[in-house]
Design a protein around this ligand. Structure first.
Ligand SMILES: [Zn+2]
Ligand SMILES: [Zn+2]
Length: 86
């Protein structure tokens, strides 16, 4: 297990499923792409639409191409923690 990155901050979270441990599999909140209180990732940093994430469950670090870095409203949906308006 890697140590948690010093940039890991509970105040900056992203709701992306972890490719390593898949801990959100079978979780109803995650499957509906809601902001789940159990399954979230540390948002270490971002470069444009690329998110640098660390999983708090398995400490896996990876880069996620969000594909919408330029679109502020969608970006907020992943990172702000506000519920989906739909
Ligand atoms: Zn993980
Ligand atoms: Zn979940």
């Amino acid at each position: 297990m890697l140590p948690l990155d010093p940039q890991a901050d509970r105040g900056r979270r992203a709701w992306v499923s972890c490719p390593n441990c898949n801990d959100s599999r079978g979780c109803a909140s995650c499957e509906q792409r809601r902001t789940c209180s159990d399954h979230w990732r540390y948002l270490l940093s971002n470069t444009g639409s690329l998110l640098h994430l660390q999983c708090p469950s398995c400490t896996h670090v990876w880069v996620h191409e969000s594909g919408f870095g330029a679109t502020r409203s969608l970006w907020n949906r992943i990172t702000s923690g506000r519920p989906d308006p739909r």
